[in-house]
Design a protein around this ligand. Structure first.
Ligand code: ADP
Length: 477
């Protein structure tokens, strides 16, 4: 019930637009708006160009017809196309009207169309004519004009006069005005659409992220074994987020399990020596004792303290290697570890080493040292005095096989699996005089697994036990 209320509160508190969504929406609006303005400017420029080109083409065609009506000899100019310029386009002022003026090079008006009488003269700026046709925009009163200039040449290709032909740009201006007005009127609607589309896109693009967040929120310390299930390619951003979070949960789960296991085991196992210490102290403090008795108690305290240190050390090493961190991993040579670190420890023991060639392993060489030390130590501990132990390392297919063989008490089949459990000791060793805490083989197995290896125990052929550890072979080129 309380949990339901809490999750309900969570839902109510969630804002409609988070800061991130607002930011994205604003960016989207800015980008869409910029695109809208750019596309409008582009449309206007292109339309302007098309319309101007059309006017220019019309002017050019008309000028080409008129040019055929001029006969120019030396300084005399004769115009034969009066019928042409008597047409309505040259005599009236309609939307398609042509205004014609011909000026001499001395700026004297030689010819003009009839409609100019009522329209008035059009400014004639003798143009800097670089090509056959020059175009310009002119304003005459309230009217916008498009003008073409062309030189009239005599037979010797000498400039004799200039021809100017003009048309209205009114139609063109009204089209442009209509486009701009249409866009301005539509702007509020377009803005509204842009805002709505931006919100939709922002919400849509964040919805998978929100889904992942809500799954992650549901994974608490109590159900750390749950994982985010979201269908996305591992290279995809959301796939990477899912994998990163899942890996994080895996690491957290391992760490939390480790801590709680360590706490459980340590408190359980330390209870025995601590109780022994407490009982002994209570007994000795009851009254005054002889110095020997104090000495005896202190010796006992020392033994129990050593026992506690040893237990804690082993538990810490187990915790370190169960976390499977890359930190301790490197490539090392088996013979080097055996010659430099193992042989000196067991120098007075009856141990035969049979190491086949240069074999390498990947992992922690310190961990590997702990594995060998524990297996050899057990082989010696659970065998008669001076009994032989064989340590063998060889390549078998793609693996390196390391065995520690003894000729001691052996392990019955029912206990072969259990001996790897934390604090497990076989019934015979509990009864016997060999000291131990049942942590060595658990430690060995944890390290072997952290190096991607396997471990098994077999009966030795004649008598005793054989531990076989196998690791993937590392090829050094
Ligand atoms: P410890 O030796 O401290 O008791 P281990 O975890 O090293 O703890 O070993 C667990 C148990 O497995 C031992 O108590 C012992 O009974 C048994 N064991 C281990 N190695 C051997 C061996 N080489 N021969 C016979 N028994 C063994």
């Amino acid at each position: 019930m309380a949990k339901d209320t809490f999750s309900l509160l969570n839902k109510i508190k969630k804002p409609l637009f988070t800061d991130t969504v607002k930011r994205i929406v604003l960016w989207d609006i800015a980008i869409f708006f910029l695109l809208f303005v750019t596309s409008n400017v582009f449309t206007i420029v292109i339309t302007n160009k098309i319309l101007t080109d059309n006017l220019d083409e019309r002017l050019k065609n008309e000028v080409e017809t008129l040019l055929g009506s001029f006969v120019i000899r030396q300084d005399s100019i004769k115009f034969t196309g009066y019928s042409e310029i008597k047409e309505p386009n040259f005599t009236t002022i309609n939307s398609g009207a042509f205004f014609l003026q011909v000026y001499s090079i001395k700026d004297k008006l030689l010819l003009s169309s009839d409609n100019l009488k009522s329209f008035g003269t059009i400014t004639f700026n003798i143009p800097d004519i670089k090509s056959k046709y020059e175009f310009a925009n002119l304003t005459a009163g309230n009217h916008q004009l498009r003008v073409i200039y062309t030189p009239l040449m005599n037979e010797q290709n000498k400039l004799a006069a200039y021809l100017q032909l003009s048309v209205f740009r009114t139609e063109y201006s009204s089209i442009m005005k209509k486009i701009i007005l249409f866009n301005l009127l539509n702007l509020p609607f377009i803005l509204l659409i842009i805002v709505l589309v931006s919100i939709f896109l922002a919400k849509k693009s964040y919805s998978p992220l929100n889904k992942i967040i809500s799954i992650a929120e549901n994974i608490s310390a109590n159900n750390l074994n749950a994982r985010i299930k979201y269908d996305a390619h591992p290279q995809d951003e959301l796939g990477r987020l899912r994998d990163t979070l899942n890996n994080l949960f895996t690491r957290l789960e391992a760490q939390i399990n480790q801590i709680s296991q360590f706490t459980d085991n340590a408190s359980h196992q330390l209870m025995t020596p601590l109780t022994a210490v407490k009982t002994e102290l209570e007994y000795i403090l009851k009254r005054d004792r002889a110095p020997e008795e104090y000495k005896e108690t202190l010796t006992m305290l020392n033994v129990q303290t050593d026992k506690m240190i040893s237990i804690i050390k082993s538990l810490l090493v187990i915790a370190k290697y169960s976390s499977n961190t890359e930190e301790y991993k490197s490539v090392f040579k088996i013979s080097q570890v055996i010659n430099e670190l193992i042989k000196p420890v067991f120098k007075n023991q009856n141990i035969d080493y049979e190491i086949g060639g240069d074999l390498y392993l990947r992992g922690s060489y310190e961990g590997f040292q702990i594995v060998l030390e524990n297996l050899i130590d057990n082989a010696i501990k659970y065998s008669p005095d001076k009994s032989r132990v064989i340590v063998r390392a060889e390549r078998v297919d793609d693996n390196v096989k390391i065995s520690v063989e003894d000729f001691g008490t052996g392990i019955i089949d029912e206990e072969k699996e259990k001996i790897f459990e934390k604090f497990y000791r076989t019934a015979s060793s509990i009864k016997g005089s060999v000291q131990g805490y049942g942590l060595g083989l658990c430690l060995v197995k944890t390290i072997v697994l952290s190096m991607e290896g396997t471990i098994k125990v077999e009966d030795n052929l004649q008598i005793g036990t054989k531990f076989i550890v196998s690791f993937p072979l590392i090829n050094i080129i």
